[in-house]
Unconditional design. Structure first.
Length: 278
């Protein structure tokens, strides 16, 4: 391990060991960080589209997916989890993509550990505080208050949850967190830890750092997360950033407009000579 690796290993000594999936055997390392209530599985289609040119890693964040749970849930801790993941897997010059919560984590990594990042792609999020606490907490409460008896089927649980979360796409997304262990359904995400950490998750640590590498921000025109009033702050911390807004989509760009989303990513990679996309 080189001196940089030792330094980052020490800085992430208390970080968690994240579970991850990998697609692709050759090419630069491309790491995808999912959003709140998600997991790396949510990005398997996108990851599969890159496997001929990249080694694509999709780690689960702490308190999500198959990664360990922990009481602390801030962007500082989550960034150090990912840095530990980089060090343990000997990843260098990483192309890092983050969506929503994962986008804030990705920005933290680029600003604090710029030597590890070749390029940054931030999906529908900005380095700002968001005031939608009650919307997010409502989802946590709906899952937390749902009784999960032994004899209830998965479809019955989904019907009960739909009474509080009627939006079908959001409901299906949250249901990916329901698992069955020894005949008992349970939520695999750390609901209590996420609830306790929600004020920090909606916020963003104030930093004076600047990341001078290539950056692509991608937002949905129907989403409120990447408003034009945030663009000045974005360019203050990421002066080389490009900002692209996709039409006819909201927060879930890679699902709602997968072709346009993939095209935007590919154009950014080609423009910066990161890979030749066929």
């Amino acid at each position: 391990m080189n001196s940089l690796g030792r330094q980052n290993s020490q800085s992430s000594a208390k970080a968690l060991a994240l579970f991850s999936r990998k697609i692709g055997e050759t090419g630069p390392d491309f790491v995808v960080l999912h959003g709140l209530f998600g997991s790396g599985k949510n990005w398997r289609t996108f990851a599969g589209s890159l496997e001929e040119n990249f080694q694509v890693w999709t780690p689960d964040a702490r308190n999500h997916g198959d990664s360990p749970h922990a009481d602390l849930m801030s962007y500082q801790e989550m960034a150090e989890d990912v840095v530990r993941f980089f060090v343990e897997n000997e990843l260098e010059n990483v192309i890092l993509l983050g969506h929503s919560m994962g986008g804030k984590t990705a920005m933290q990594i680029a600003l604090r550990f710029p030597e590890m990042i070749a390029a940054l792609i931030v999906v529908d999020i900005a380095p700002v505080f968001y005031e939608n606490y009650h919307e997010q907490f409502k989802l946590i409460e709906a899952m937390r208050e749902l009784c999960l008896p032994d004899k209830m089927s998965r479809s019955d649980i989904e019907k009960k949850l739909a009474l509080k979360i009627p939006e079908k796409r959001l409901l299906s997304f949250l249901m990916t967190n329901l698992i069955c262990i020894n005949g008992q359904f349970q939520w695999r995400i750390g609901l209590e830890q996420i609830a306790a950490g929600m004020p920090e998750l909606l916020n963003y640590p104030e930093m004076k750092s600047v990341f001078k590498g290539p950056v692509q921000f991608i937002g949905g025109e129907n989403s409120d997360y990447l408003k034009s009033k945030y663009h000045g702050l974005i360019r203050k911390h990421f002066p080389e950033s490009r900002i692209t807004m996709l039409k006819n989509c909201g927060h879930w760009l890679h699902v709602e407009q997968p072709v346009a989303f993939q095209k935007t990513v590919n154009e950014f990679l080609r423009y910066n000579n990161l890979i030749l996309i066929r």
